[in-house]
Design a binder for this molecule. Structure first.
Ligand code: GDP
Length: 692
């Protein structure tokens, strides 16, 4: 039984997945012949199906590495292109179309390519064989083909007919053997004819005596001999048997039988010649088995060496550190969840309160600016002393309806701002930003797939909670829309808080002024520019045009800086005034809320914040902290298929290289183990009684 070829083909497919390495080539049968010598017909007779590209234009442009796998216990016959991932193709005309497309994809300018197409055909009717079909040799280059084509084909064939491959040299009986390009090529690399099988096709086209004499050729002796075939099935039988199993093979065999048995003298047992496709199939199996057997040792040694290299690389570059896509993902996920837990512990109610308060402070500042501090800026100026400026401001009369209305309108603008929506948005955005930061600090940063999965997990939960949270918050602050009581303690804290906010703001403005000062070259110079700008503003000086190219001896750029500084001065003055108003005795207690809107609005915003935070914590934060890690498990843990896990891990080039060296090592170990098993089998076979 020929188990060796089958096992070796298995090993070869393992080695193929390890990657291209010339040293790991196992022997194949390489089929060469001139165009129209009948090469395709022979291969199809062996496979039993029409599957090779046909056409007048040169259609075989790439080598086809054809692996035949005998599946004795299965009925199905199918082909697979491992590199294309098209799955099992049971329709052989589909295989033919695919091969034609793959070949025609080679541009006309190149004409041939040495990038092989891998095709595996599994069937109970094929022998275990590994064949390589090559473009046919051409005699004359067509007018639309490049001149170097002949040479290119010849070079491509030469590459494949090297040892340990077996050469199947196809020649047609109706062409003189001396003119056979296939035999000439094989003689160049196998001068003693030790690994070449001669196939003479179209035996029916010459008379039987001449046919027999070709098979007995003494001029070009081949150790493995010649086989004569009539590999073209009669047209009616191909169509008749097309869909049946082994259709062409049996039709060809019948046809050959009829032909050869009608010439018993020339082709009978006595004649001592080999004829028929069935004989050829057997011969191919035997020869390949022997060649495989002979190459066992050298292949083992080559795999050994590759394995040693992989082992060394694993040790030196990766310190023998084991890694699998699953463990990598699991560890990355654990680390990420851990960092998320740390974040969750550091981002609770106090932090949310602070964030929300800041946001509302800003809104309050805007409200005050538009409703209270909205005097035209020209009335204030860096040139007017602050005390004077303060006195220009209207004083609030606690009894006046005007001031009541003003404060009530401001308060209601604040409470009806849409706090629910605002607060939920602020907190959601903050959480999403924190998650993004955690991603970028984690191993997931190098994995677009995981980044997206995590971001989506977070936004999914946040979006789902958004409306209910914002409704809840909005409902709970509702009472403040109608009435707001202020206690003395709250007032005092508010006063302090507003002072803090104003001081901070003032500091920022002063820093900005300093910045402009250094930009223009000192305080003095800035003062000159500002006073010029002030004069222009008051109308004391009229600049012709728009001052676009400068005025008063100052450049346009400098004037702009002056304007900026004047604006900042105004702003600083205003802030100082607000601070002194705040410090005044009138603002010392809550009775004077109409006089001190800043404090009152701050107290309101604090109350709104505290109430909002309570519900944000329950409705959004706690829910998020509970659900997010679980969602991560689903999206990046058990929810992923094996392929997705592999794809994920390989997104990181470093991890990919690490995984690949491990995979390579494992596959080589597996191949080697199988090899050793085969060698043991061989030894046992040789020792069997009756074997020499
Ligand atoms: P390729 O170009 O070498 O692949 O040759 P093909 O297998 O396509 O055959 C070329 C032509 O020769 C086709 O028309 C075949 O039908 C025909 N042919 C192939 N083998 C035989 C044979 O044994 N006898 C006869 N009479 N014709 C054959």
């Amino acid at each position: 039984m020929m188990v060796l070829t089958k096992k070796m083909i298995e090993i070869r497919s393992i080695l193929q997945t390890v990657g291209q390495s010339n040293t790991l080539n196992l022997p194949s049968i390489v089929v060469i012949g001139s165009q129209s010598s009948g090469k395709s017909s022979v291969l199809e007779a062996i496979v039993g199906h029409e599957f090779l590209p046909k056409g007048s234009n040169m259609v075989t442009r790439r080598p086809i590495e054809l692996t035949l796998v005998n599946t004795p216990d299965a009925q199905a016959e199918y082909g697979e292109f491992p590199a294309l991932g098209l799955g099992k193709i049971t329709d052989f005309s589909h295989i033919q179309r695919t091969l034609t497309e793959l070949n025609l994809a080679v541009p006309d300018s190149e004409c041939v390519s040495d990038d092989p197409i891998q095709l595996t055909i599994s069937s109970p009717h094929v022998p275990d064989l590994s064949l390589i079909d090559l473009p046919g040799y051409i005699q004359v280059v067509g007018h639309d083909q490049p001149v170097e084509l002949k040479q290119k084909i010849s070079d491509l064939c030469d590459k494949y007919i090297q040892p340990p491959n077996v050469i199947l040299a196809i020649s047609a009986a109706d062409v003189d053997l001396a003119n056979s390009t296939a035999l000439r090529a094989s003689r160049r690399v196998d001068p003693r004819g030790e690994r070449t099988i001669g196939v003479i096709t179209k035996m029916d086209l010459v008379d039987a005596t001449r046919g027999a004499s070709i098979l007995n050729d003494r001029k070009y002796p081949l150790r493995l001999g010649y086989v004569g075939v009539v590999s073209r099935a009669p047209p009616q039988s191909t169509s008749l048997f097309k869909k049946g199993s082994g259709s062409i093979s049996s039709a060809v065999a019948k046809n050959e039988h009829v032909y050869f048995s009608s010439h018993p003298l020339e082709f009978g047992v006595e004649a001592g010649v080999s004829v028929g496709t069935t004989t050829l199939r057997k011969k191919l199996m035997q020869v390949l088995e022997q060649t495989m057997s002979a190459s066992l040792q050298s292949t083992s040694a080559a795999i050994h060496q590759e394995l040693e290299e992989a082992t060394y690389e694993f040790k030196v570059q990766y310190n023998d550190r084991p890694l699998s896509a699953e463990t990598y993902l699991a560890e990355s996920l654990d680390a990420f969840k851990h960092s998320f837990k740390e974040f969750a512990e550091s981002f609770g109610r106090p932090q949310v309160r602070e964030m929300l308060k800041q946001e509302l402070d800003q809104r309050v500042l805007d409200l005050l600016a538009s409703r209270y501090w909205n005097k035209p800026v020209t009335t204030l100026s860096a040139t007017i002393p602050e005390a004077d400026a303060l006195s220009t401001l209207p004083t609030a009369d606690p009894e006046s309806l005007y001031w009541h209305r003003k404060l009530d309108a401001s308060t209601s603008a604040l409470t009806k701002l849409g706090i629910g929506r605002l607060a939920t948005t602020v907190v959601s955005n903050a959480i999403q930003a924190h998650v993004d930061r955690l991603i970028s600090q984690s191993t997931f940063s190098a994995h677009p797939f995981a980044r997206q999965a995590i971001t989506e997990a977070a936004s999914g939960i946040l979006n789902e909670r958004f409306y209910s949270t914002s409704d809840q918050v909005e409902n709970c602050i509702k009472p403040f829309k109608f009435e707001i009581d202020v206690e003395d303690g709250e007032w005092a804290r508010g006063r302090e808080n507003v002072a803090g906010v104003l001081k901070k703001e003032l500091k920022a403005v002063e820093d900005a002024v300093k910045h402009v000062e250094t930009e223009v070259g000192g305080r003095r110079r800035l003062k000159d520019v500002v006073s010029f700008v002030e004069k222009c503003r008051k109308g004391d000086i009229i600049i012709e045009g728009d001052g676009g190219s400068g005025a008063g001896g100052f450049s346009k750029d400098l004037l702009q800086k002056g304007k900026d500084a004047a604006f900042l001065h105004d702003r600083a003055t205003l802030l100082r005034m607000r601070l002194s108003a705040l410090r005044s005795s009138q603002c010392a207690n809550s009775k004077n809320r109409y006089h001190c809107p800043e404090i009152f609005l701050d107290v309101v915003s604090t109350k709104l914040t505290s109430t909002a935070v309570l519900f944000l914590n329950v409705e959004l934060l706690s829910e998020f902290y509970y659900n997010f890690p679980r969602e991560l498990d689903v999206r990046l843990g058990r929810g992923l298929s094996q392929e997705e896990v592999e794809r994920f891990a390989r997104e990181d080039p470093k991890v990919k290289a690490h995984l690949e060296v491990i995979r390579r090592k494992e596959l080589l170990e597996l191949a080697l183990e199988k090899m050793e098993g085969l060698r043991d089998l061989e030894v046992a076979e040789k020792r069997r009684p009756g074997k020499k």
